[in-house]
Design a protein around this ligand. Structure first.
Ligand code: HEC
Length: 186
């Protein structure tokens, strides 16, 4: 009798468990390389269609401040991210992808495309060191003179991560007494 009950209970779980399964996708895909086709169907998200006027892509935050507002925005736009290891690594990766070619590995304006492209000013100057984070963010977002805007390539999150990374480059070139002490102690 006891056995019959436990069988019944076990059976119930099997039925409930199966009800939760989705059968639209197999649980295990052997060698998925060609399983998902990069081709898009006409109505699928991402298929080539002109967006309706005034709409923005999902997950995209528009940035529509004018270039000239730099002083004001430098004060207004505050870096929302903490200087965590993950943020720094992301900033480094993004800087090395989008900025290093012109600005160089320490931001000194000695990137590999210089002097074929105009040499940018150093990001190590006292001026940029004293700029608030928001002002550097604004230059990346809106561009400045011959430097184009990177708003289309770099998300706002990544722009803030780049700003943190530029701060690290500045600190590496101008370490404080405390920084040097920590370095010595290592
Ligand atoms: C194609 C080359 C190029 C790339 C790539 C580039 N910049 Fe620039 N950047 C410049 C030039 C040239 C200037 C100077 C613009 C000017 O005359 O005001 C500049 C100016 C700046 C300034 C202002 C410096 C100052 O003293 O006024 C900052 C900050 C800056 N860039 C950050 C970045 C960051 C961050 C990236 C990557 C997202 C980046 N730039 C990508 C060429 C570039």
């Amino acid at each position: 009798m006891k056995n019959t009950w436990s069988m019944a209970v076990a059976g119930l779980f099997v039925v409930l468990g199966a009800a939760g399964c989705k059968h639209s996708e197999p649980n295990f895909i052997f060698m998925p390389d060609m399983y998902y086709s990069p081709a898009l169907k006409a109505q699928e998200e991402g298929a080539m269609r002109t967006p309706v006027k005034g709409t923005i892509p999902r997950g995209f935050t528009p940035y529509d401040y004018a270039v000239e507002n730099n002083e004001e925005l430098g004060r207004k736009l505050v870096n929302p991210f903490q200087r965590t290891k993950a943020v720094m690594l992301r900033g480094q990766q993004q800087y090395n992808t989008y900025c290093i070619v012109c600005h160089g590995s320490y931001g000194e304006g000695d990137g590999s495309v210089v002097p074929k492209m105009p040499r940018p000013p150093s990001l190590q100057t006292e001026k940029v060191q004293n700029w608030p984070d928001g002002r550097i963010f604004h230059v990346i977002s809106a561009g400045q003179n011959v430097m184009p805007s990177y708003a289309a390539q770099v998300t706002q999150e990544d722009r803030w991560a780049i700003v943190h990374y530029i701060r690290a480059l500045q600190r590496a070139k101008n370490p404080s007494e405390a920084d040097l002490k920590t370095a010595e102690a290592r």
